[in-house]
Design a protein around this ligand. Sequence first.
Ligand code: PHE
Length: 345
Amino acid sequence: MLQDKITQYTAEIDAFATTNADELEQFRIKFLGTKGIIKDIFEEFKSVSTEEKRTLGKVLNEFKQLAEAKYQSLKEQEETSHSKKDAGLDLTLPGAGFEVGSRHPLALVRREIVDIFSKLGFVVAEGPEIEDDWHNFSALNFPEEHPARDMQDTFFIKKGGEKGDIALRTHTSSVQVRMMEAGKPPFRALMPGRVYRNEAISARAHCFFHQVEGLYVDENVSFADLKQTLFYFVQELYGEGTKVRFRPSYFPFTEPSAEMDISCTICKGAGCQLCKYSGWVEILGCGMVDPNVLENCGVDSKKYSGFAFGMGIERIANLKFEIKDLRLFSENDARFLKQYKTSLI
Ligand code: PHE
């Protein structure tokens, strides 16, 4: 009898309770599905007598509504209990924490260099990366058409202009010129910054890199001051006992000029791959500022003398951190960058 079936299923529906999504889905399929009980009962209903239809019709509709209402309310319960879990509403758990960033290894090394020289009274000076010929070359004693200009493969931007061709600066010596032009001696400054050279990119060369140059101009500045200053720098940066040596060199803007080597930071002079088994590695160029440069910048070369030096930050960082491929510095791979720390943060 249809009525009996409905009574029995009504009891079953009333007794049903769950917040489990699978069980609830089983319930829906069993009663409300396209091949479910309600569908069957409505089929059966078609064949009952007209008289019975009158009373049973109402019962049937109520039964259907009961099943639907039960399903809806259980579904809502199931969803709210589920979303509570998703939102991780356990307020006793500790917070998610922030990922702390890190400084770029080149920034770390630059800060360390600046920090060491600042103890000797050097201040930081900056200048533009787009320079004119005067500040990058002519004032620094590079004669017109002189092959020394080719030593630094230049990215030119524009021909002509009030102070010559416009280019990306090839060294931060241009900032020395700007500083001397703008002020009066004594000068004691460091010029950190990015420089550009038209070179093919490889593990050992890049079209841009970073320099720190230094300038010290005053009365009676001698080569001995230069040596002592750089010796102090090396002891601070690489540790006491690091040896230095100076080899004669050539730069248009210094006379005499030298290149400075330090005893290899890896093998301590015993010979290894890094120093090519010589025990020494070159770290910077330096010299006494050429009197022509002082005069070009409006400084009286009879009264004043000075020294200058320049180093590549990448080179210093390579020696410090034993990084073999220059390209890593500009690829922005956070896994690489965040490995490095120094005493300065
Ligand atoms: N400007 C030189 C370079 O870029 C470095 C240097 C600076 C050399 C100061 C001597 C004195 O190679």
